[in-house]
Design a protein around this ligand. Sequence first.
Ligand SMILES: NC(=O)c1ccc[n+]([C@@H]2O[C@H](COP(=O)([O-])OP(=O)(O)OC[C@H]3O[C@@H](n4cnc5c(N)ncnc54)[C@H](OP(=O)(O)O)[C@@H]3O)[C@@H](O)[C@H]2O)c1
Length: 331
Amino acid sequence: MNTQVVLARRPSGIAAATDFRIERSAVQSPGDGQILVRNRFLSVEPAMRGWIADTVGYAPPVPIGSVMRALAAGEVVESRHPSYAPGDLVTGWFGWQRYATVGAGAVVRTVVERDLPLSLSLGVLGINGLSAYLGLTQIGQPVRGETVVVSTAAGAVGSAVGQIARRLGCRTVGITGGDDKVLQCLEHFGYEAAFNYHNTDLDAELTRACPDGVHVYFDNTSGSISDAVHRRLALGARVVLCGTAAISDWTTWPTGPRVERHLLVRRARMQGFLVFDHAPAFESTIAVLAGWVRAGELRVAEDILDGIEACPDAIAGLYRGENRGKRLIRL
Ligand SMILES: NC(=O)c1ccc[n+]([C@@H]2O[C@H](COP(=O)([O-])OP(=O)(O)OC[C@H]3O[C@@H](n4cnc5c(N)ncnc54)[C@H](OP(=O)(O)O)[C@@H]3O)[C@@H](O)[C@H]2O)c1
């Protein structure tokens, strides 16, 4: 039997556990050109909120009553496709369910790093690590000696951004939502400075930590955190717009301090980033990231919940800031 988490209703604001329901159904045998995957890890992304919202996004919203769209990692148990064989480990758009019967178009990649834990293929060797590396290098374009500020600095994307920026010779400053996360940023992820946006004066801390201004801002939050960083942008700064975690509601369009004057005065630029636009660079980037993980030069934190029953509340948990690293569901 299959167990599936389906979207029960369209949420307003952050998705709640009650917006999903768990159903059981027969496992579907693969047809010609399809594979049957037994999911081992299901991914939980802040972006899932956008995948089910009825607002403008980069993909059509998940229909009510459908299996929740999700990246997952698992093992091919049956194949009617020439490129896949039973025993292959794959990641892809397999959804929040135990078994997925899918065509090759749903597969993101075959996991070749069989010496590393499979869970990493959804985090640092998946869209989180890819977003960090590609967003930072291609849009942020940091130069040795520059200061890179990262929001959600202890999270799956942010922790990798901080470490990669440091490898590139930059000073790194992290902004995060808990005192324990600040410690983790300083001691585990090597940030030069880090602070908790809930209990510090961000303007004062940024002024102290970034005496030459902020050359690259890797923005995962938007909102008041970003308002404070924008005031500190250096001449020619680059802002990577990767996430908007601080905007809880898109039905009333958020307004706030206007950024245009800061961009003009500092001749800075902001650019939106979507990891899926960079698919041709995935394999070569994952090879680099996997090498660093193997060498112990890229540290990883994972926040693993057990059992498919943990899915419905897992997105809301990210927005409560309760995750300590990449959030995954282990089946
Ligand atoms: N554009 C792309 O292609 C792409 C790809 C992957 C991820 N992303 C984005 O990257 C960001 C990080 O994703 P992730 O997967 O690495 O998640 P994550 O950082 O591991 O977890 C989400 C974190 O968001 C923070 N957060 C939640 N509500 C917030 C609020 N109201 N204000 C400020 N921070 C809040 C919390 O950290 P704190 O406790 O530190 O506040 C929470 O732990 C997200 O915005 C995500 O959408 C974008």
